[in-house]
Write a protein that binds this ligand. Structure first.
Ligand code: PRP
Length: 192
């Protein structure tokens, strides 16, 4: 099932900066998210049992997802954070990913799971895979809550994902529009 909002790209939203709550259409409820995060937690637990893994949370968008996901795991994890930016003030990905904050943990000989909130072009994850590989982890896998399959422009492996969404612009559950709406418990499509 694809969760569909109004087709809207980041570029078109640039012309409409004054988005308000009445323009948000619920795509995925907090109950559906909870159920899906528990399901993902089960799959990840199976994959990494009994040793566990290092979780790398991609800031800022995945801070809510990561916090919920790690509490659904039945394996030991260590958690680190990385911050990269591909959009900056632009609403369309430039394809150039900037590293804003690197990991602090030694991941050499560790199984690593990158946790992101959304994958669109995949440029961010392509960068992450290359960047983290230089630290010689045993393995790197990718988990994303949302996946806009139709927008993928890179050949990256997506090992775990929660929901496929249409190319609508989404906010909530950590995901922002110009730094707003990250606190919403559900995921919403922005309608203009
Ligand atoms: C978003 C999102 C992903 C990335 C996905 O981050 O959190 O990390 O874009 O896009 P891509 O697949 O096209 O590379 P953003 O740069 O908006 O930063 P934020 O998480 O701090 O809001």
């Amino acid at each position: 099932m694809v969760y569909e909002g109004v087709a809207l790209c980041r570029t078109s939203l640039m012309n409409n900066l004054d988005v308000n709550v009445s323009q948000l259409k619920l795509l995925v409820s907090k109950e559906e998210i909870k159920e899906k995060v528990e399901e993902l937690g089960g799959k990840i637990t199976e994959t990494y049992a009994p040793k566990g893994c290092v979780i790398i949370c991609v800031l800022k968008g995945s801070f809510v997802f990561t916090a919920d996901l790690v509490r659904c795991l039945q394996v030991p994890v260590m958690i680190d954070f990385i911050r990269v930016q591909s959009y900056g003030n632009q609403m369309a990905s430039s394809g150039e990913v900037a590293l804003i904050k690197d990991i602090e943990m030694n991941i050499s000989c560790k199984d690593v799971l990158i946790v992101d909130d959304i994958i669109e072009t995949g440029y961010t994850q392509a960068f992450m895979l290359k960047h983290l590989a230089q630290f010689n982890p045993t393995s790197i896998k990718i988990c994303t809550l949302l996946w806009k399959k139709g927008l993928l422009k890179t050949d990256i492996p997506i090992h775990f994902y929660g929901f496929e969404v249409s190319p609508s612009f989404v906010v909530g559950y950590g995901i922002d529009y110009a730094e707003r709406f990250r606190e919403l418990p559900g995921i919403y499509a922005v309608e203009v």
